[in-house]
Design a protein around this ligand. Structure first.
Ligand code: ZN
Length: 136
């Protein structure tokens, strides 16, 4: 991935973070996903008074991509207000696996602008898949 695209995805994740609805944790997260046709979708975390109903920024962005008819994700950028990198949670890794493969770039970035890219296979090496059950 070239640096310009990487920076664009980080900027879009930061933009998404600004709309985070996190009144309970104050833990703002933003994500941006890149689909195989070059479209970028943003998502923020959205909390709920019934805590378990919260949705992560990554899944929010991915579901918007799916709603737009996109089925292949080539990169996911994630950012927060932390000084250290945060990584997608287990639920998000499973959802990423539905639309991505091991070569998908996971772009981690911090509030201060540090970033790094890890391949998806490094953080989720053996995703369960149900290819046999897929109709399309
Ligand atoms: Zn998550």
């Amino acid at each position: 991935m070239n640096k310009k695209l990487r920076n664009e995805l980080i900027a879009r994740a930061n933009h998404a973070k600004e709309t985070s609805y996190s009144p309970y944790s104050q833990f703002r997260v933003g994500a941006a996903v890149l689909t195989d046709d070059g479209t970028i979708f943003e998502g923020c975390n959205v909390e709920n008074a019934s805590y378990g109903l919260a949705i992560c920024a990554e899944r929010n962005a991915i579901f918007q991509a799916a709603h737009a008819g996109k089925r292949k994700i080539t990169a996911v950028a994630v950012t927060s207000d932390e000084k250290t990198f945060i990584t997608p949670c287990g639920a998000c890794r499973q959802v990423i696996a539905e639309f991505a493969d091991g070569s998908t770039d996971i772009i981690l970035s911090t509030k201060e602008g540090k970033s790094k890219i890890v391949k998806f296979e490094k953080i989720f090496p053996t995703p369960p898949k149900l290819e046999k059950l897929k109709k399309k």
